[in-house]
Design a protein around this ligand. Structure first.
Ligand code: BGC
Length: 857
C-alpha cells in the first residue's frame, strides 16, 4: 500500500540541492539524531556519526567498528531447547571526533553560540565532511572555524580530521582540546545522558544500552607525540585500541598539554592567536580491533598505522580518497537527466544512497554489512539477509571484489552454521537469522530463527556473483560448500507427501513478511529453496563433468554422493508452490487466505508501524504484510512466473502490504514497473529514495537503512532499467518513468564494463572497459555488444501501462477456493501514552528482562 511521498520531501531552504553532496546551510537542533546519521563518515569497517567536533549537543555520539561487539546472556522467561543464548551488541568505541575550540576561554557551543555563518557538506566525491562557520564570541570577536573529517577508504584503520581557527577580528587566547573519549560506558563528559538514553521504547529495531561497564581499561597514555586508549570487552573478550597523533601548524606562540586516564586521553593546544593568522591542527587517528589479540599488540598496530600516516601526510590520503571515489563513481553512478529542479533533487538523493552503500560496505574486508552499516547502533550492529538480497546485487555489478569478500564471510561462518543445523535437528548448514559472531542472536524465534530462507538467500547471492563474474575459482574453493550444505538443509527440512502426485513440503517457517510467522509452505521460502536445490545440483554436476581435478577435492571435502544430488533435484521438482484457483493468486502460505484481511485503507496512520501498536498475535491473525513476500519471489525468481501471475499477485498483495519495513518499497517498485503500474513504481521508488534523507520511517536516528539503499540501486537497474540476469543471461525490458528523459548505469560483467543508456525511445549499450563482448537480450531479441561499437535498439514504448496507484481500494470480499468470502476489518489499537504526564516526566518503557541484556538502563 503506497505511503505516497511528494516528489521532493526535503526542506530545500536548509538542504539545498547539490548533485555531489549533502549540504546543510543552517543549523537546527530539533532533528540532531537524524542529521548525525545522515552526515556520518564511514568505510564499512569504521564509522563516525555526524556529531559536532564540540561533542555536544548530541542525540547519540557514536563511533562504530564493524563487528566489535559485547556479548550477554539472553535470559528467556520461558527457555526452550535451541533458543538463541548469546546476545551480541555492537559497542560504541572510543570517540576521537572531539576537537573543542575555546576563544578567550569561552567554548564554542552549538545552540547557544552566536553563529554568523554555518555550512556543512558531506562530499560524495571524496567522502569528506566539511564544516565551516563564523562565530561571534561573547566578547564580540569574530572567529572563523573550518573543520574536516574523513574515514579513509584506502587505509581502513585510519581517520583524519583537521580544524583551522582564524581570528577575524582581534587577538585572543585560543585553545583546541583534542580528545579520545570512552563514551560507551554510559555517560558523556558532562555526566548527563544523551538524548538517546532518556527513553526506551518497545521498539525491536533499537539497540539497548548496558548499565554495567563494557570496556575494561587495558592501556592509556598521552604524550606530546601520541595518545592512546585500549580496552577489552567484559564478556566477549574483544579488544580495541584507539590512538591519535597531531600536527599543529601556527606562527603564533603556543604550548601543548597532554593528559590521560582510563576513559579519556587529551591533548590541549594553547595558542596566543593573533588577528588574521590561521592555526591548523591535523588529527590522525587509528582504530584496531580484534577478537582477542592483547591490547598491547593492537597498540603496536596503531603505531604502525600512525607512523605511516605521519610520513605521508593528510594531503596524500585526501588525494587517494578522491581517486578511490572517482573509480567508485565510474562504475557505480546511476544518472538521470536533470532537466528540472525535481530531477536534480532525485539525482542527489540517488547519489546519496549509492554513496551510503560505499560507506557501508567498501572496506568490510571479509566481515558482514550490518543492517545500519556503521552509522548507528540500530539492530545491534547485526548482519541479516539484507546483505545478500539487497546489497550484494549492487556490489556484484559495481565492485565484484567487495561482493566476493562478503560471500567469503559466509563461508567463514559455515562451521557455526553447520553446528546450528545439528542443534536444530537439520542436516547441512543453517545460517543464523541475525548475528555478528556466527551464532544465532535472534531472541524472538517466530520472526527470527524461523526465517530459514536466509540459507537460500545466501545461495542466491552466491550464484548471482559467480554468474556475473565467472569466478569459478571461488565457487570451487568455497562457494560450493555453501551451496551443498544449504541444499542438504532443505532436503532434510522438507518432507514428501504422497496423496496423488508426491510433493515436497516445507513446514514451520517464516517468510520475509514478519507479520505472518511459522507457517507451512511459505511461497517465497519454497521458491527460493527450489532454486537453491537446483543450483547445488547443477554446480556439482558441472564441476564433476568439466573439472575432474577440482571434483576430486570437492567430493572428498564434502563427501557428496550421487544419490543426494539426485534427491536435491527431486525435491526441487516436487516442491509445493501454493496456488489458489479461486482468487487466481499465489497464497503467501498454505493458510494465509484463511485469515481475514486487515483493512489498511481504514487504519489510522498513528498506528503505524503496526508492530509498535499491536501484540504480534493480533497482527498474525490477519492478512497483512510488513513487507513484500510473494512479490519478492516474483522479482528474485521472476522467470518461474508468468506476467499474468505477477500482475494478479501484485494487485492482491499491494493493498495489504504496510511497508512497515523499509525492505519493502524497493521490491514493490520493481514489480510495479514490470507489470505496468508505472506511477506506483515511481511512487515506491521515491519512498525508498528518501527513507533516510526525509526520515520516512522515523528511525533514521538509529542509523541508515542499508538494505533500502541497495534496493534503490535495484529499483533503478532492475525496475526502471528492466535488467534481469536469470541463469547468467543479461536481458533488458526497460520501464523508464514518463517524466525521465534518460537513465544511465554501468554493469561489471565478466571482466567488461557495460554502459547502459536508456531514453524514451532507445536503449544503447557499449562496452567501455575490458575486451570481452557482452551478449544481451532486449525485449526477447538476442544481440552481442561488441567492444568496437555501441549497440542501439529502438524502443517503441516503455512497456504496458496501468495507470493509478493501488491501495486506496483494497481487494476485500474476494472468494476463496472453498467458496467462502474474505472479510476485512481493523482491530482497535491500545495506544501507549506518548505525551509527558502532569509531572512533565516522559514515560519510561521497562524493557522485557527476559530478552534484554542485563541490567539495562
Ligand atoms: C525486516 C527484516 C530485516 C531487518 C533488518 C526488519 O524490520 O523485517 O527483513 O532483515 O529489519 O533490516
Amino acid at each position: 500500500m503506497s505511503r505516497h511521498v511528494g516528489a521532493d520531501p526535503l526542506d530545500r531552504g536548509r538542504f539545498p540541492v547539490d548533485p555531489w553532496g549533502l549540504v546543510e546551510d543552517s543549523y537546527q537542533a530539533d532533528d540532531l539524531g537524524l542529521t548525525e546519521t545522515l552526515f556520518s563518515v564511514a568505510n564499512g569497517y569504521l564509522g563516525m556519526r555526524g556529531n559536532p567536533e564540540e561533542g555536544r549537543p548530541a542525540y547519540s555520539n557514536g563511533t562504530y567498528v564493524n563487528g566489535f561487539h559485547e556479548t550477554w546472556e539472553i535470559r528467556h522467561a520461558e527457555a526452550a531447547f535451541g533458543f538463541a543464548r548469546t546476545g551480541q551488541t555492537i559497542v560504541n568505541v572510543p570517540d576521537t571526533k572531539v576537537l573543542k575550540v575555546y576563544v578567550d576561554d569561552e567554548p564554542l557551543t552549538f545552540g547557544t553560540s552566536d553563529l554568523e555563518q554555518y555550512e556543512r557538506c558531506l562530499d560524495f566525491r571524496d567522502g569528506v565532511l566539511r564544516r565551516s562557520l563564523v562565530w561571534r564570541t561573547p566578547s564580540g570577536k569574530r572567529v572563523r572555524i573550518d573543520s574536516t573529517r574523513m574515514v579513509s577508504m584506502t587505509q581502513r584503520h585510519l581517520a583524519l580530521m583537521t580544524v583551522e581557527v582564524t581570528m577575524l577580528s582581534g587577538d585572543a587566547p585560543v585553545v583546541i582540546s583534542s580528545q579520545i573519549l570512552n563514551r560507551q560506558d554510559g555517560r558523556d563528559e558532562y555526566h548527563g545522558r544523551t538524548a538517546q538514553g532518556l527513553v526506551e521504547h518497545a521498539d525491536p529495531r533499537k539497540a539497548g544500552a548496558f548499565a554495567d561497564r563494557v570496556l575494561l581499561p587495558r592501556m592509556s597514555y598521552a604524550t606530546e607525540d601520541r595518545m592512546l586508549l585500549g580496552y577489552q570487552c567484559a564478556n566477549s573478550g574483544m579488544t580495541v585500541a584507539v590512538a591519535a597523533d597531531h600536527v599543529l601548524t601556527t606562527t603564533d606562540v603556543h604550548e601543548v598539554v597532554a593528559r590521560a586516564d582510563d576513559d579519556q586521553a587529551k591533548m590541549v593546544f594553547r595558542i596566543d592567536a593573533t588577528e588574521g593568522t590561521t592555526t591548523r591542527l591535523e588529527k590522525l587517528v587509528a582504530y584496531h580491533s580484534s577478537r582477542g589479540v592483547p591490547v598491547r599488540e593492537l597498540s603496536d598496530r596503531c603505531d604502525r598505522t600512525l607512523d605511516r600516516a605521519g610520513r605521508h601526510g593528510v594531503a596524500h590520503y585526501l588525494s587517494d580518497q578522491r581517486a578511490w571515489y572517482s573509480r567508485f563513481w565510474q562504475t557505480a553512478d546511476v544518472e538521470i537527466a536533470t532537466e528540472s529542479p525535481e530531477d536534480a533533487a532525485v539525482q542527489q538523493a540517488i547519489r546519496y544512497n549509492l554513496f551510503s552503500l560505499a560507506q557501508a560496505s567498501a572496506r568490510t574486508d571479509g566481515i558482514g554489512v550490518p543492517a545500519k552499516g556503521v552509522t548507528g547502533s540500530g539492530y545491534e550492529g547485526h548482519y541479516f539477509w539484507d546483505t545478500e538480497v539487497y546489497v550484494l546485487p549492487f556490489l556484484t555489478y559495481t565492485s565484484p571484489e567487495v561482493a566476493r569478500n562478503a560471500l567469503h564471510f559466509r563461508s567463514v561462518m559455515l562451521p557455526a552454521a553447520r553446528e546450528r543445523a545439528r542443534e536444530m535437528a537439520q542436516a547441512g548448514a543453517l545460517y543464523p537469522w541475525r548475528t555478528i559472531n556466527g551464532e544465532e542472536a535472534s531472541a524472538y524465534y517466530a520472526a527470527g530463527t524461523a526465517q530459514v530462507h536466509i540459507d537460500a538467500d545466501i545461495a542466491y547471492a552466491l550464484m548471482k556473483y559467480v554468474r556475473a563474474t565467472d569466478d569459478r575459482g571461488f565457487l570451487l574453493r568455497e562457494g560450493i560448500d555453501i551451496l551443498v550444505e544449504t541444499a542438504r538443509m532443505w532436503a532434510e527440512l522438507g518432507f514428501w507427501r504422497s496423496n496423488g502426485e508426491p510433493s515436497f513440503h516445507i513446514h514451520g517457517v517464516t517468510g520475509p513478511d514478519e507479520y505472518t510467522t511459522v507457517v507451512n509452505n511459505n511461497l517465497f521460502t519454497n521458491v527460493m529453496a527450489r532454486a537453491n536445490l537446483e543450483e547445488a545440483a547443477i554446480a556439482v554436476d558441472r564441476i564433476r563433468t568439466h573439472d575432474p581435478e577440482g571434483w576430486v577435492k570437492v567430493a572428498s571435502r564434502l563427501g557428496i554422493t550421487e544419490e543426494e544430488v539426485a534427491e536435491w533435484q527431486a525435491c526441487a521438482d516436487g516442491m509445493t508452490i501454493p496456488f489458489d484457483e479461486g482468487l487466481g493468486i499465489h497464497p503467501q502460505d498454505d493458510f494465509f487466505l484463511d485469515r481475514e484481511v486487515w483493512d489498511l485503507s481504514q487504519t489510522p496512520p498513528e498506528t503505524r508501524p503496526l508492530l509498535l501498536h499491536y501484540h504480534p498475535l493480533v497482527i498474525y491473525r490477519f492478512q497483512v504484510l510488513k513487507q513484500a513476500d510473494v512479490v519478492l519471489a516474483l522479482f528474485l525468481q521472476g522467470d518461474r512466473f508468468t506476467l499474468e501471475e505477477k500482475r494478479a499477485d501484485f494487485e492482491y498483495y499491494d493493498p495489504i502490504t504496510t511497508g512497515d519495513s523499509t525492505l519493502s518499497a524497493v521490491v514493490q517498485s520493481v514489480i510495479a514497473a514490470e507489470v505496468g503500474y508505472h506511477e506506483a513504481a515511481l511512487d515506491y521508488f521515491h519512498q525508498a529514495l528518501y527513507v533516510d534523507l526525509a526520515d520516512l520511517h522515523g528511525n533514521t536516528v538509529d542509523g541508515l537503512h542499508v538494505a533500502s539503499t541497495g534496493g534503490v540501486w535495484s529499483a533503478l537497474v532492475y525496475g526502471f532499467g528492466g535488467m534481469r540476469d536469470y541463469r547468467g543471461e543479461l536481458s533488458f525490458d526497460p520501464r523508464l518513468p514518463a517524466t525521465w528523459p534518460s537513465l544511465t548505469f554501468r554493469l561489471c560483467w565478466r571482466g567488461s564494463l557495460l554502459l547502459v543508456e536508456l531514453t524514451q525511445d532507445e536503449a544503447r549499450f557499449s562496452v567501455v572497459e575490458g575486451d570481452a563482448a557482452v551478449p544481451v537480450t532486449v525485449r526477447g531479441t538476442s544481440y552481442v555488444v561488441g567492444t568496437d561499437a555501441p549497440l542501439v535498439v529502438a524502443l517503441p514504448d516503455q512497456g504496458a501501462r496501468i495507470d493509478g496507484l493501488l491501495g486506496d481500494h483494497p481487494v476485500i470480499g474476494g472468494t476463496r477456493a472453498d467458496g467462502s468470502t474474505i472479510t476485512a476489518g481493523v482491530p482497535e489499537p491500545i495506544q501507549p501514552p506518548e505525551e509527558p504526564d502532569a509531572t512533565g516526566e516522559l514515560p519510561v518503557y521497562a524493557p522485557d528482562p527476559s530478552i534484554m541484556p542485563p541490567p539495562r538502563i
